[in-house]
Design a protein around this ligand. Sequence first.
Ligand SMILES: Nc1ncnc2c1ncn2[C@@H]1O[C@H](COP(=O)(O)OP(=O)(O)OP(=O)(O)O)[C@@H](O)[C@H]1O
Ligand SMILES: [Mg+2]
Length: 305
Amino acid sequence: MRDIVWNVSEPHAPFRGSATRLIDREGECRLLDQLLAAVRDGESRALILHGEAGVGKTALLEYLSERASDAGCQVVSAAGVQSEMELAFASLHQLCTPFLDRLNAIPKPQQDSLSTTFGLTSGPVPDRFLVGLAVLSLLAEVAADAPLVCRVDDLQWLDSASAQVLAFVARRLGSESVAMVFGSRVTTAEMAGLPKALVEGLADQHARALLGSVVRGPVDPRVRDEILAETGGNPLALLELPQGMTRNQHHRGATGGRRRPDRIRDPGTLPPPPGALSGLSIGLGSGEASSACRPSGGHRSRARS
Ligand SMILES: Nc1ncnc2c1ncn2[C@@H]1O[C@H](COP(=O)(O)OP(=O)(O)OP(=O)(O)O)[C@@H](O)[C@H]1O
Ligand SMILES: [Mg+2]
């Protein structure tokens, strides 16, 4: 276990993009900027951003995409889809589809394995090792044009074949100018050994600022404290919980028995653990290692490998 500290030639520059407005997250953004700078320097990186539902993983991936595009990198996105968890290679297909016209640039056996995997040619079920090598070669081929950032969200819903291949690729990255950054509610056995950063709730003053941005009019300090305690700084909860409260509740106290939004609270929003995730307790705050350590310069997320 170690802090993630990467030597990069380009110092952290303040975010100037337009689409993503993140409150707090200085440490996380710095980590992503360092990752991007390393990839632009010809190195490769993998990182798993993990944390509970609504904590802001996708928001951070959006930040990364925007920064990467602004810096002239190529960005390709894929995400686990709950309804496609049983379809082998469904998420890998999302990731590779934009590059299939480059297949003939990789070694023939790898080319054949990927063609068969995606149903472009018929043949025996390819060896997953060969599929992994093929994806690595394909991403390296694409990154020869410009640094490539692969963004894979909702890892907890990846089909297990895709998860296995993507983890294989992430572990073998070297100096291809490729970044693979994952967002996940859980840490999975397949992703063992890859650098991880735990995304936590916003720090108190930032949670107050986000709450202040959605609550109109005066709020009883007791109510505000109750909301802050209830949400634990979770941005989704901060944005949604006050919406169900009446003006009276804002004034007089008590959150009206409302608790965190269902997406965060209800374990039913998460899938039953597939084979890939079995053995892990899936749910609010699960999968987060208690022994995690902080990323360099960060103050609310923790990084480890
Ligand atoms: N730092 C932040 N500042 C302001 N808003 C934020 C921040 N982080 C997240 N949000 C907002 O909170 C909501 C939830 O964030 P997001 O969708 O990124 O969570 P998530 O971790 O990806 O959740 P899930 O596991 O359900 O996919 C979004 O509306 C997002 O815009
Ligand atoms: Mg998300």
